[in-house]
Design a protein around this ligand. Structure first.
Ligand code: DX5
Ligand code: ZN
Length: 210
């Protein structure tokens, strides 16, 4: 039994056959379906949004772990809940007015779903420490967000150990998720660091993981 939740990212799936991708995630015992929403502004790529998520929602009961790489996440919370998100994770770096972070977490919780916050490689854990008690998930980006298939930045993995320590000392409950560059060669390092959720796009859909 593995002691982490595998969250395959649809970003590396064949978009013409998302139903098959979801079947594969179920067959390989994925625990979450990781859904990368990009807006062409917070990151340069545009992926997909509500209509696509709505179409795939009936295909599985697995939780939808929606990773918003978008500006103004506060404008989109209710609509992503509406199409079936179970977790909504937004980026610390996408919020200009930091006092909004607690407000957005509350907004997500008020929809009856779980709230996640994500940090890019250059953002230290100290920047988000004060939000941890309100969060259900903290997503550590181990590559710059925007593309699949990049190489893991090993220094970012240390943030996982740091978060494990804080969670223990402060008796908190959030899940620690790692996203970017996890493959058959790097997965052990993120397991050893203590990740609860492991996102994998390119390695999973190339059949090299899971
Ligand atoms: C990148 C996305 C990731 C991506 C990971 O911005 O957030 O979820 O799909 O892809 P791999 O596993 O190929 O690094
Ligand atoms: Zn992601």
């Amino acid at each position: 039994m593995k002691n982490y939740i595998l969250a395959p990212s649809l970003l590396s799936a064949d978009f013409a056959n998302l139903g098959d991708a979801i079947k594969l995630i179920e067959e390989k015992n994925g625990g979450f379906v990781h859904i990368d929403v990009m807006d062409g502004s917070f990151v340069s790529q545009i992926t997909f949004g509500h209509p696509v998520i709505k179409c795939i929602r009936p295909l599985t009961k697995l939780p939808f772990d929606v990773h918003l790489m978008i500006e103004h996440p506060e404008r989109q919370i209710e609509s992503f809940k509406e199409v079936g998100a179970d977790y909504i994770t937004f980026h610390y770096e996408a919020v200009e007015d930091l006092s909004m972070i607690n407000t957005i977490i509350d907004q997500i919780h008020n929809c009856g779903i779980k709230a996640g916050l994500s940090i890019k490689p250059k953002t230290p854990v100290s920047a988000i420490e004060k939000y941890l008690s309100k969060l259900d998930l903290l997503l550590v980006m181990t590559v710059e967000p925007g593309f699949g298939g990049q190489k893991i930045i090993p220094e970012c993995v240390a943030k996982v150990s740091q978060l494990v320590e804080i969670r223990k000392n402060e008796n908190l409950n959030f899940l620690i998720s790692v996203d970017g560059g996890v493959n058959e060669n790097t997965i052990q390092s993120v397991i050893d660091a203590g990740s609860d959720v492991i996102v994998s796009g390119s390695a999973f859909f190339a059949g090299r993981l899971g």
